[in-house]
Design a protein around this ligand. Structure first.
Ligand code: PLP
Length: 378
């Protein structure tokens, strides 16, 4: 009934069991049967993703991305790998060439063993995609913004191409969150998240999300029920609670990241800043058209190479040196030594990832304190 996402985050998917305003944790692996379960998936059992905590969370998540259905999983990678296997098992996928390291490694490693062939595409150059199609191509896979350079793929072209060639379009929407971009409303078939990041927002659980039509989500659910990558009810509860403040957190992160990016862009010790909210970003116009906000992720390159970047990391006092992203604390990492350490220096250079690049997940601290901290560390 509520139209605005802020209201839906608070009030949708709230069973108000026993009049409880906050949802309780139903920490029970099994439930009394009614004897009329229509299928295996309907038997109430934690692994089958249908406890009261799961059901409520699924309703809230579907509502906030404007979709029919949603499913939570044990991690972002469980959401990604289970969805890919459900959609493209025994087939071929076109995947964006710059992806989160875990997803990229899955495509180049286990996916082939599990029966998924992949060809990588430049998600910015639709004219090159058709040449890579095969009769068995089933899906196209992209991320909303690339990590760590924050490039923005041509999402309208991805959706058009998928429809034209009857492919399932999948997008990892982790970096944007539903506050900044809602893929299903833009025509994507499946929107995936590492809910470890913005959706939960407090750096205290690992979880994943799959969002889409009832039929597609059901296919993923059925496979997940067999693979067993289920989220525990206690983690469901924490994610449910974290979601309520998503809009407030992400808007603050959008504002802080823009302020920090503008500061860094004028600093003499900074060579380059990558943030889609800066007018100088090559995809600024596209980001402005597609997104409600530019997000809390940015990266920047310091003068003086890896040694200078390490010096910066040793000097920050408020921001924390840690991997992961999307929480209320500002986290900084050096991708060449962290998320992209598995790539050769040559491969990193080929995608424009310098050893002096620092990635920032901007939190909700006061922007003045963050800017002061970065200024003294630089
Ligand atoms: N997608 C993106 C964009 C990520 O950054 C990550 C983790 O860093 C993942 C997926 C994987 O999520 P998880 O660690 O929850 O499995």
């Amino acid at each position: 009934m509520a139209n605005e996402i802020e209201t839906r985050l608070i009030h949708d998917g709230e069973p108000r069991t026993e009049g409880a305003v906050g949802i309780p944790i139903f920490q029970s692996s099994t439930f009394l049967t009614r004897g009329d379960e229509a299928s295996y998936d309907a038997i109430r059992y934690i692994r089958l993703n249908n406890t009261p905590n799961h059901v409520a969370l699924h309703a809230k998540l579907a509502s906030i991305e404007g979709a029919e259905a949603a499913l939570v999983t044990a991690s972002g990678m469980a959401a990604i790998t289970t969805s890919l296997l459900a959609v493209a098992g025994g087939g071929h996928v076109l995947a964006q060439k710059v992806l989160y390291g875990g997803t990229h490694d899955f495509f180049t490693g286990e996916a082939r063993k599990l029966g998924i062939e992949v060809d990588f595409i430049d998600a910015d150059d639709p004219s090159t995609w058709s040449a890579k199609l095969r009769p068995e191509t089933k899906a196209i896979y992209v991320e909303t913004m690339s990590n760590p350079l924050l490039d923005v793929a041509d999402h309208d072209a991805v959706v058009r191409f998928a429809r034209e060639h009857r492919l399932v379009s999948l997008i990892d929407n982790t970096f944007a969150s539903p506050i900044n971009f809602r893929p299903i409303e833009h025509g994507y078939d499946l929107s995936l998240h590492s809910a470890t990041k913005y959706l939960n927002g407090h750096d205290d659980i690992v979880a994943g999300v799959v969002i889409g039509s009832r039929d597609r989500v059901h296919d993923v659910l059925h496979l997940l029920n067999h693979l067993g990558g289920t989220l525990d009810p206690h983690a469901c509860f924490l994610l449910h609670r974290g979601l309520k403040t998503l809009a407030l957190r992400v808007r603050q992160q959008n504002a802080n990241a823009l302020a920090l990016a503008r500061f860094l862009a004028t600093h003499p010790a900074v060579k380059q800043v990558n943030y889609p909210g800066l007018e100088s970003h090559p995809r600024h116009a596209r980001a402005r058209e597609l997104f409600a906000g530019f997000g809390g992720m940015l990266s920047f390159e310091v003068d003086g190479g890896a040694a200078a970047a390490e010096r910066f990391l040793s000097r920050i006092r408020i921001a924390l040196r840690a991997p992961s992203l999307g929480g209320v604390e500002t986290l900084v990492s050096r991708p060449a030594a962290m998320s992209h350490i598995g790539m050769t220096e040559k491969d990193r250079a080929a995608i424009g990832l310098s050893d002096a690049l620092l990635r920032v997940s901007v939190g909700i601290e006061h922007e003045r304190d963050l800017i002061d901290d970065f200024a003294q560390a630089l």
